[in-house]
Design a protein around this ligand. Structure first.
Ligand SMILES: [Zn+2]
Length: 618
């Protein structure tokens, strides 16, 4: 993708600089007006007062008049991305920008804001200096932060660009605060120049966050690639053990595609409360976790899952990608139906990788699969929104949940993870264990990333999956991916000799379907499940529950339901916007399922063999 984009740029520039290119012999005019020197862009990033949460950026543009068409236009437009790849929400990074100025030859030139994220600099000069400040006080993996302790740069929210200068090599010079010594980033260091880095184009710059401060760093080699891990935050860990486990996870992840495309790889780890999540990049990732990440086995497994997830993204989504996900439009939503693949199947792989690396036993892996099926089947939205629709609407639904989201949407992570499991089983079953999901990943990587240097369309993905499975996958795509209809799970589990069983007891215990949160001693309804008693009988999100059957309710609403039967009636007194209302509610049956994956009785030898292949049991 980068190579394609660069080639296009070179062609454009070449055409522009050689207007007489149709003439074979150079004319005198050519020789009198040799092509201008190549344009360059250097960003100088400083943080002289980190305690105020400001980054200072100086963007130095050299030899840009021709490339930007400044002479003809009379101006150049400088822009800030509105979102960052991997996090599908318009974040309006320009809201944090102030004090934008432009100068040429030491003299200020006029500039004005022309859109929410764009500034027009009225200059035809070849060399320009743009300065601005960025307020950075939100420490997440998708925003920027600087304080007295450290700085973290999400490049999409800190570095501006010109449309015609996105495909040239860009430089970043970091000027760390006073006694800060360490900079961690996936960018290429420029030899012999301290804290100076180069990106082959703007996409790569945006894809390379930067950590600045006095963080600790340890290193290890995996798949012959040097890896570094930068640790921000006071935290106890056993470096030797951690490095060994990272290596195990990374090498298991690398076996999927079988080729590691990075020269080096950087982990930036923030240990902060509440801690959770990560963002993938081309040859780096930022992980956010708690200071207790390494304290218990359960926490540690969850952390390693996060490592596996973000690391596997270096293949799935950064290189194996839907056509919409790169090169990016930084000013608008980039729509795809396939986040269930890019995110969900990465979630599938995070646990599959841990199984292969020996961190999950076959039984604990099966339990994880069963509980992810339980999660999606217990969410009413799974019968409303398909995985493809969930992907498409990430921008307005997935990233903007409200109190009704669980009734009307399904996460492309959780549904996609289940779909990954099913597709893997469909390929295993269809190929008699000759192939699995790895072969599909490898085919997509080889054909689209390496050969065609582009993303794939929905149809191309389906064809590739069917090719690897050795048969049509109508049920998988038509029902599993593109509809909200129930999935026949057992058709997928049967070839490996297993079945999905709902073990939730069907009792006559009554079910209400409302959850509350406590604030200032008041129990307020926070969600109402579609189809439940609370939903049908009119309890609303936002209602303060005062009493049930005349008894005061605190944080114990469910206590009033326990022991009641299906069909029992409750009289619920609520305060709704200052008005008291009595609502009769008739309890329904508990609709929640609890799935387990269990062996079929009288498994065949073929099923047993396929089961062993599925779960990497030797
Ligand atoms: Zn992800």
């Amino acid at each position: 993708m980068k190579k394609n984009a660069r080639l296009l740029y070179l062609l454009t520039v070449w055409t522009f600089f050689t207007p007489f290119s149709s003439t074979a012999t150079p004319t005198l005019a050519d020789e009198e007006n040799p092509p201008a020197a190549a344009p360059t862009v250097t960003y100088v990033l400083s943080m002289p007062e980190p305690q105020t949460h400001y980054f200072e950026v100086e963007m130095q543009l050299k030899n840009v008049a021709a490339a930007t068409n400044a002479k003809k236009n009379g101006y150049v437009d400088i822009k800030m991305p509105v979102w960052t790849p991997g996090s599908y929400l318009i974040r309006e990074y320009a809201k944090n920008v102030e004090a934008f100025t432009a100068s040429a030859g030491g003299k200020t030139v006029p500039s004005e804001k022309i859109r929410k994220n764009a500034w027009r600099v009225q200059s035809t000069d070849d060399n320009l200096t743009i300065k601005y400040r960025v307020y950075a006080n939100e420490l997440t993996v998708r925003t920027s932060f600087v304080d007295a302790d450290h700085g973290y740069v999400t490049p999409a929210g800190v570095f501006m660009y010109h449309d015609a200068l996105k495909n040239i090599p860009l430089r970043v010079v970091v000027q760390p605060y006073k006694d800060w010594k360490n900079v961690a980033t996936g960018l290429e260091p420029v030899a012999g120049q301290s804290y100076t880095y180069e990106a082959a184009d703007f996409d790569i710059l945006v894809d390379s966050p930067i950590e600045i401060g006095n963080h600790a760093t340890f290193t290890f080699t995996a798949s012959n690639v040097p890896h570094s891990v930068s640790m921000f935050g006071d935290v106890n860990y056993n470096e030797k053990q951690l490095a060994a486990d990272y290596k195990r996870v990374c090498e298991a992840a690398a076996t999927v595609v079988g080729e590691h495309p990075c020269k080096h790889y950087t982990f930036i780890v923030h240990h902060i409360p509440p801690g959770g999540g990560g963002l993938e990049h081309l040859n780096s990732t930022t992980l956010e976790t708690t200071r207790n990440a390494y304290a218990t086995e359960a926490n540690y497994k969850r952390f390693l899952s996060l490592v596996a997830h973000e690391y596997f993204h270096l293949w799935n989504v950064k290189r194996i990608r839907p056509v919409a996900l790169g090169p990016f439009d930084y000013e608008n939503e980039n729509y795809t139906h396939m986040l269930w693949l890019s995110e969900g199947c990465t979630s599938f792989y995070q646990e599959y990788i841990l199984r292969r690396a020996g961190f999950h036993s076959p039984e604990s892996y099966l339990n994880l699969v069963a509980s992810s099926i339980t999660d999606i089947e217990n969410q009413p939205g799974t019968r409303v929104q398909s995985a493809a629709e969930s992907s498409w609407d990430a921008w307005i639904k997935g990233y903007r949940p409200n109190e009704n989201s669980s009734n009307t949407t399904i996460s492309y992570y959780s549904k996609g993870s289940v779909l990954g499991t099913l597709l893997n089983l469909a390929i295993l079953g269809g190929s008699n264990g000759e192939r699995n999901m790895d072969d599909l990943m490898r085919l997509l990587y080889t054909e689209y990333y390496k050969k065609q240097k582009r993303g794939f369309t929905d149809d191309e993905f389906r064809k590739a999956a069917e090719q690897v499975a050795g048969r049509k996958l109508d049920n998988f795509f038509n029902i599993g991916v593109n509809s909200a209809e129930p999935i026949n799970y057992n058709a997928y589990f049967e070839p490996v000799g297993m079945q999905l069983i709902n073990v939730a007891a069907r009792t006559q215990d009554g079910f209400l379907g409302a959850a509350t949160t406590m604030a200032n001693g008041k129990a307020t309804i926070s969600s109402v499940r579609r189809g439940s008693a609370a939903y049908r009988d009119g309890l609303n999100v936002g209602d303060e529950v005062i009493s049930v059957d005349g008894f005061r309710v605190g944080d114990d609403l469910l206590r009033f339901v326990s022991g009641r039967r299906v069909g029992d009636k409750l009289l619920v007194l609520v305060n709704r916007a200052g008005q008291l209302r009595e609502l009769p509610v008739t309890l329904t049956q508990n609709p929640l399922a609890s799935y387990r994956i269990e062996p079929l009785s009288n498994q065949t030898a073929a099923q047993k063999a396929l089961y062993a292949k599925w779960l990497y049991i030797n």
